[in-house]
Design a protein around this ligand. Structure first.
Ligand code: BDP
Length: 717
């Protein structure tokens, strides 16, 4: 954490306060939502102490050992007493954890009907009496379900829920719940996206030395139900598939396994090519001995089969491959070999299928030469291949048709591939939403997408129903989050970035949870359990994404960020004068108006949506204002729903966005005494930066667009 000079004085005073006042604690954020601080509500504390006077766990496994350790740590911390761990029931209230396979106590309970519905990862938590002893039982079909149940119980305790008549059954709605790291093998993050420091993975130390942090990372992920990790960037270095690297990956897999987490790898499509054949950037540095990676070449197919075999010998539960192909300069089957996405993905799928591995083939493709409207490209390239992919292939698709913007409409691919499982790719790292400098709680944005009705099969065809498999009966379901985790002490750079990691896991498990519920849980587990304080922080978080949209890209504007870094505003052309994929390409400001005409009078991207979305988005009158400038080029004097002109409304949004950040600062100041001093200062500094930079966004964009609108900037009240 870095502090500016002006805060050194405050820090100095703080240090004195901390050293003379033992009650004040300092929290560096490392413990995330699992600090298990003692409960302060006397009534709840007493009830819990009675209900949980011992922990009873029968059986042996690495996962059960983790559960013993975690539950003991949690209960000791929350209850402020030493809670014994046993394998038999004593007198007094007990927490009993076990599967029917390993626990005799559980075998005697009538749980089979419920367990039959829970699958591999689900769990139940139930209060009951065993031999007259009041107990709370956690049961599941597998140990991993017990671990998820244990974390859920600790969450219920941290948020002060009653266990009197608890009766919960829970299982994930989505099968593959992955974190994708964009980490390079040199420890930096792809394209300088390391907003929380460097990579967690110390490849040069592995496989001999295992950083204890790997375990803490796995534990945090398990606590929110993440069950897969892609440790390396989609801009994949073929080196990851070299034998010496696979040994390192295998060590990570060993650490993650008892936490229910499988390892997957990003692979480079040119991997089979020999380094000596590299004649251009794309083919550079292959690790094989071939002169092609054509997916229809028998030698190439055999190369991947041999590689898969080698991987599974080291990592028997290896998850599969993530592939960025024919995209942003990455090699693929198309340009090089005139083959299709299906040829490429199916070749890899064939190599992995004997071992149960999967392919996550990304649909992030665009090409200025063939498509002047980038947003239409994925649909055009992938829809014709619906149903042509092997059963173990996902098409991994970003939520929006462009790229992780503060707001986009849903990617039109969703709903349009009923015979191919689509995996949703979200971004947790805030690449375009203020990096780790801005407090932007992303759950409301993700909910907006999950609840987006595609009308693919009539009303109610939401994104959630597509990715959980219920709409099209997908045989595999998956969701991936591009992670915001680095080696910063507090993991995410911004303490509130942790809330986004947490929210991603919770929504991946159950997309029906509300943003409010998730925020409420996270605040109580991380910052404060005082209702009033919780409410205040929650109110900051809930509106923070809309505020970010307002001060960056209101009313459907998009991608007017600084080139490459994607942080500050850059609405003008850069020095090169290039237009493609720059801000002016996206906002199209001119004397007549603002926005990208993607309606039927323009690029006709609106036609890629199902009716009635297609007609609604196409109509200037009916198009939701949040997408207005995404789909239409709109006159500066266009009357908005508010009665204001577009120009006035645009300015108003920019001012409103900055105002919200000021309000967050006031709220934060008002709760200072209720927040850990170190965390308080850390967030205070971040908010000050956010306010300053949001104002830069506002002033830069308003003055730039004013040159075209030629109208005065209205006063904002
Ligand atoms: C863009 C990022 C770039 C990624 C690319 C991707 O700017 O660093 O490599 O997406 O998803 O958002 O492949």
């Amino acid at each position: 954490m870095k502090y500016s000079l002006k805060n050194i004085n405050i820090l100095f005073v703080l240090c004195i306060v901390v050293s003379v006042c033992p009650a004040a604690s300092a929290d560096d954020g490392y413990n995330l939502w699992m600090s298990y601080k003692k409960l302060d509500d006397a009534k709840t504390l007493k009830a819990y102490q009675q209900a949980f006077s011992s922990i009873v766990i029968e059986g042996q496994s690495e996962t059960l050992d983790i559960i013993r350790e975690e539950v003991k740590k949690g209960l000791d911390g929350l209850l402020g007493v030493d809670v014994p761990v046993r394998n038999t029931l004593d007198t007094g209230g007990a927490l009993v954890i076990g599967t029917r396979r390993q626990s005799q106590i559980i075998q005697k309970l009538d749980l089979s009907d419920k367990l039959a519905t829970l699958g591999y990862e689900g769990f139940l938590i139930k209060s009951t009496k065993i031999n007259g002893i009041p107990t709370v039982v956690i049961s599941a079909n597998e140990d991993i379900g017990l671990l998820y149940g244990s974390f859920h119980l600790l969450r219920l305790m941290q948020t002060g829920q009653s266990f009197k008549n608890v009766d919960i059954c829970s299982k994930p709605k989505i099968q593959y719940r992955l974190l994708d790291h964009w980490d390079k093998l040199d420890g930096t993050i792809s394209d300088q996206r390391g907003y929380a420091g460097k990579s967690l993975w110390k490849w040069d130390e592995l496989p001999d030395k295992i950083d204890p942090r790997y375990k803490d990372y796995a534990r945090a992920n398990a606590s929110i139900g993440i069950n897969g990790v892609v440790p390396n960037s989609v801009n994949a270095d073929p080196t990851i598939l070299k034998p010496e690297y696979l040994k390192k990956v295998a060590k990570l897999a060993d650490v993650f396994r008892p936490y229910g987490i499988r390892v997957f790898l990003s692979v480079n499509f040119s991997s089979p090519i020999s380094a000596k054949f590299s004649e251009d950037g794309n083919r550079k540095g292959g690790i094989g001995n071939l002169n092609t990676s054509d997916p229809c070449d028998p030698e190439v197919r055999q190369w991947w089969k041999d590689k898969a075999k080698e991987i599974y010998q080291l990592i028997p539960d290896f998850g599969g491959f993530l592939v960025k192909a024919s995209s942003e300069g990455m090699p693929g089957p198309q340009q090089q070999y005139n083959r299709t996405h299906a040829d490429g993905a199916n070749m890899l799928a064939e190599a992995l299928a004997p071992y149960g591995g999967i392919v996550m083939w990304r649909s992030f493709v665009y090409n200025a030469d063939v498509d002047p409207d980038r947003s239409k490209r994925a649909y055009k390239e992938f829809v014709p291949f619906d149903g042509k992919f092997s059963p173990n292939v996902f098409i991994q698709t970003k939520n929006g048709p462009i790229d992780f913007q503060p707001r986009e409409p849903l990617n039109s691919l969703f709903g349009a591939m009923p015979n191919t499982p689509l995996m949703l790719e979200l971004q947790i790292m805030q690449e375009y939403l203020g990096h780790s400098k801005h407090l932007v709680y992303l759950a409301p944005m993700w909910k907006e997408y999950l609840e987006f009705d595609t009308y693919a099969k009539g009303r109610g065809s939401t994104l959630a129903s597509i990715i959980d498999g219920s709409l099209h009966n997908y045989q595999m379901t998956g969701i991936a989050g591009v992670t915001n985790i680095g080696d910063d002490r507090n993991w995410c750079g911004h303490l509130f970035g942790q809330a986004n990691w947490y929210a991603f896991g919770r929504l991946a498990w159950d997309h029906n949870l509300s943003s409010e519920t998730i925020a409420n849980e996270w605040i109580r587990m991380t910052l404060s359990r005082k209702s009033k304080v919780v409410k205040q922080i929650q109110s900051m978080m809930i509106g923070s994404r809309e505020a970010c949209v307002n001060y960056m890209t209101p009313l459907g504007l998009h991608h007017i960020m600084q080139e490459g870094f994607h942080y500050g505003p850059q609405p003008s052309l850069d020095k090169s004068g290039r237009v493609d994929w720059t801000s002016v390409y996206y906002h199209r400001a001119d004397v007549n108006g603002l926005g990208f005409d993607r309606s039927s009078t323009g690029s006709n991207a609106t036609s890629q949506y199902f009716s009635p979305n297609a007609e609604i988005f196409d109509s200037l009158k009916r198009c939701p204002e949040k997408y207005l400038l995404w789909f239409h080029h709109v006159s500066w004097d266009h009357k908005m729903k508010s009665g204001r002109t577009l120009w006035k409304e645009l300015c108003r949004r920019y001012y409103k966005g900055v105002d919200y950040v000021k309000k967050m600062e006031h709220t934060w100041d008002a709760i200072e005494k209720d927040i850990d001093p170190e965390i308080y200062l850390h967030v205070k500094e971040k908010l000050a930066t956010q306010e300053k930079d949001a104002a830069i966004w506002r002033d830069t964009c308003v003055s730039y667009f004013q040159k075209f609108s030629n109208r005065p900037v209205p006063a904002y009240k």
